[in-house]
Design a protein around this ligand. Structure first.
Ligand code: PLP
Length: 396
């Protein structure tokens, strides 16, 4: 008999949090580390949202348990946002407010998967998906797309990976870790293919409002309305409103899936903090100017880091059009000697970069195959420039 559950013991620590923690520990020890690891905006939450939370904390009605699936006003605001941004009309009863998008991801897989069911996971993928799938008894099936195809999988690749056990397609656009965004045509082609084969789709839209160069991330249910009955949308306030610490996300979907997930949540975590839910209402229904301001800052930093990295031989960096990550292909730097070390993998390369340049990217191994690095550019312009210069010095 295993001392620790084999199912839970098999879960690995989040690699992104691990790199960030290592960088922070070095920083605390006095090393001037520049961390590109964190997946969160560096801005403070907009003031009107904080004010709503302060007022909520003062009101005793928020001091009690509330419905597990969320405050009715917030579920209504989320239904309105879903219609606005994903062109999907839903009832508030089709919405569950979760403790961050992360809980929505877990509950979506838990609600759909039986042991052995396969989930197609476009890679590079967000590090949490395979763990959430395995914990629900499912089998993640990676479908890899490299920098040469802007990290975007094709219908042909998905079809080649489909078996009679395939139940779900995971779709995420804009993507973490690559920042890639599927065009409306590509989204429609993938949506039509999923519909044709009777698959469920879990569509993670958490970076939906962070796109650049006039690109719009069309929702897969907008592109293929017939999929609505078999699609769960995952979203949240974390990235759009600089609210990662408030822990408010949500899932939206057909009544049966939402009912199953809601029953699960009622035994798992009950309602999300009412103060945070009131803040989320202010975020979704209040002025949106700060979203545009933050997006403009991210856009400037995106251009800065892409130009900087691409000017260093060995970094092949497609220009991302969404989220706040760049994902250079660094295979050209492997197997060569740098500062007395010869890294063979991107994990070893990231260690070398942290040790010698005091710069912390996340190695590709956290998101799929070796040979890549993820840089988050949700940080000050000066730190980005300084980080890039340190890389240039190391790799020249
Ligand atoms: C692709 C993706 N989905 C979901 C989440 C979950 O975000 P949160 O739980 O902070 O709402 C993240 C956070 O990093 C993410 O990158």
């Amino acid at each position: 008999m295993a001392r620790i559950s084999q199912r839970i013991g098999a879960i690995s620590e989040s690699a992104t949090l691990k790199v960030d923690a290592k960088a922070k520990a070095l920083k605390a020890a006095g090393r001037p580390v520049i961390s590109f690891a964190a997946g969160e905006p560096d801005f403070a939450t907009p003031q009107h949202i904080v004010d709503a939370a302060v007022a909520a904390a003062q009101d005793p009605k928020n001091h009690r348990y509330t419905p597990a699936a969320g405050l009715p006003e917030l579920r209504e605001a989320i239904a309105a946002k879903t219609l606005r941004d994903s062109s999907l009309a839903v009832e508030p009863s089709q919405v569950i407010v979760t403790n961050g998008g992360k809980q929505a991801v877990y509950q979506a897989f838990a609600a759909l998967l039986d042991p052995g069911d396969e989930v197609l996971v476009p890679a590079p993928y967000w590090t949490t998906y395979p763990e959430a799938i395995r914990l629900a008894g499912g089998v993640p099936v990676e479908v890899f797309a490299g920098a040469d195809q802007q990290y975007l999988v094709t219908v042909e690749q998905l079809e080649a990976a489909r078996t009679e056990r395939t139940k779900v397609l995971l779709f995420v656009s804009p993507s973490n870790p690559t920042g890639s965004v599927y065009s409306p045509e590509q989204t429609a082609a993938i949506g039509a293919w999923a519909e044709e084969h009777g698959l469920w789709v879990i569509s993670d839209e958490i970076y939906q409002n962070l796109t650049y160069d006039g690109v719009r991330a069309a929702s897969i249910v907008e592109a293929t309305p017939a999929l609505a009955d078999r699609t769960i949308l995952v979203n949240g306030v974390a990235k759009t409103y600089a609210m990662t610490g408030w822990r408010v996300g949500w899932m939206v979907g057909p009544a049966d899936a939402i009912k199953a997930a809601s029953n699960l949540q009622s035994h798992l975590s009950s309602n999300v903090s009412n103060v945070s839910q009131r803040a989320a209402i202010a975020a979704l229904t209040g002025p949106q100017d700060s979203v545009a301001e933050m997006r403009a800052a991210f856009d400037r930093r995106r251009q800065l880091i892409v130009a900087g990295l691409n000017s260093i031989p060995g970094f092949e960096t497609p220009t991302p059009t969404g989220a706040f990550y760049v994902y250079p292909d660094v295979r050209g730097l492997l197997g060569r000697e740098w500062a007395g070390t010869t890294p063979q993998t991107s994990l070893e390369l990231a260690d070398l970069i942290l040790e010698k340049a005091e710069v912390a990217p996340v190695p590709g191994e956290a998101f799929g195959p070796s040979g890549y690095l993820r840089f988050s550019y949700a940080m000050g312009d000066d730190a980005i420039s300084e980080g890039v210069e340190r890389l240039r010095t190391l790799f020249s």
